[in-house]
Write a protein that binds this ligand. Structure first.
Ligand SMILES: Cc1cc2nc3c(=O)[nH]c(=O)nc-3n(C[C@H](O)[C@H](O)[C@H](O)COP(=O)(O)OP(=O)(O)OC[C@H]3O[C@@H](n4cnc5c(N)ncnc54)[C@H](O)[C@@H]3O)c2cc1C
Length: 295
């Protein structure tokens, strides 16, 4: 099938892009890497009257790591995150998660912000945004607002983005949790979406008890799943295998995995339990070594 007809705009600066999105409201869609949008256009799952291509915008491909945070602009491709030595050092889970997205060709075009805006429940990056407390900056012609990742993802392919709004950056605080973070995934074949995936960070204090934890699951509900209750219960406890299994069970109590052709909900839950314990154990080791693994 071919896409329904649409007008095509290719602005070169952000203000122009925001004006176009404002003018056309719900009739317009931003086009970033096109790795999700083009198949949806071709299948006529979406029929925007206007596509606003972001690819010619000046200065939007910045990936900044430093000054206490990681900042990602709208044209940062997944592969740039995979290859960033600074990111691997400071927030390895983001580089590791990006490496799981599709194939190299898809990672060369697809953008980090496009993946967040698309909000596929099985996508890797929304889980990384939620686990490590990212903030998303949403711009509209003449205004901006900042939304915490936990409030951005509203459900199945649904976000807090309003018509006419553009996601202009995602920023993560650089702290011990992010530095210790890891990403684990299980998919049936290389390049497939996750059956289950986990972004996790765990930090222990001098007494060996958990002082910080952040865990979010992908593929286990209608959006990223994070249990603040389970995390609060883990703080102050020693991270033994038993405690981590208890923690995993408490997180999974808040998940809503689906049965589908690829896996049953029960299989996904068992998979996620193993991935949570594995990711937290690896994160612990990463803290102990003060370093990080390669994806
Ligand atoms: C074969 C294949 C395998 C894939 N495997 C995976 C996978 O394993 N994991 C995964 O997560 N994804 C996967 N994808 C999906 C895709 O790679 C990501 O969703 C994609 O990278 C999204 O980024 P994009 O820049 O391509 O977005 P686009 O396709 O350009 O846009 C996606 C949506 O986001 C909106 N959008 C884009 N940028 C912005 C912005 N800055 N502000 C507001 N809205 C915006 C668009 O309007 C559109 O609705 C796969 C795709 C293919 C074709």
């Amino acid at each position: 099938m071919k896409p329904a007809p649409f007008a095509y705009e290719r602005p070169t600066d952000l203000d122009q892009a925001l004006l176009l999105l404002d003018r056309h409201g719900p009739e317009a869609k931003p086009l970033a890497g096109g790795q999700s949008l083009l198949p949806m256009l071709a299948l006529r799952m979406v029929r925007p009257a206007v596509l606003v291509d972001l690819n010619r915008l000046e200065g939007m491909a910045r990936l900044e790591v430093g000054d206490g945070r990681v900042v990602v602009g709208p044209l940062v491709r997944h592969q740039a995150a995979v290859e960033s030595a600074a990111l691997r050092q400071e927030m390895p889970a983001l580089a590791e998660a990006a490496a799981w997205i599709g194939h190299r060709e898809i990672r060369n075009r697809g953008t980090i912000l496009g993946s967040l805006a698309h909000a596929d429940p099985a996508a890797e990056l929304p889980a990384v945004a939620v686990a490590f407390g990212a903030e998303l900056v949403l711009a509209k012609a003449g205004s901006q607002r900042v939304v915490p990742a936990e409030e951005f993802f509203l459900g199945f392919f649904t976000t807090a983005l309003a018509p006419g709004e553009l996601l202009v950056s995602c920023r993560w605080p650089l702290g011990a949790l992010g530095r210790a973070g890891t990403f684990r995934e299980f998919s049936l074949r290389d390049g497939d979406f996750a059956l289950a995936a986990v972004a996790a960070g765990l930090v222990v204090g001098a007494d060996g008890a958990v002082s910080e934890v952040g865990v979010a699951l992908a593929g286990m509900g209608t959006g990223p799943v994070r249990s603040r209750k389970a995390e609060a219960e883990l703080i102050g406890r020693k991270p033994t295998e038993g405690t981590l299994l208890e923690f995993a069970a408490a997180v999974l109590a808040e998940a809503e995995p689906a049965d589908d052709l690829r896996a049953t909900a029960d299989y996904r839950s068992r998979l996620a339990r193993e991935l949570i314990v594995e990711a937290l154990t690896a994160s612990l080791q990463r803290t102990a070594e003060g370093g990080h693994e390669r994806a």
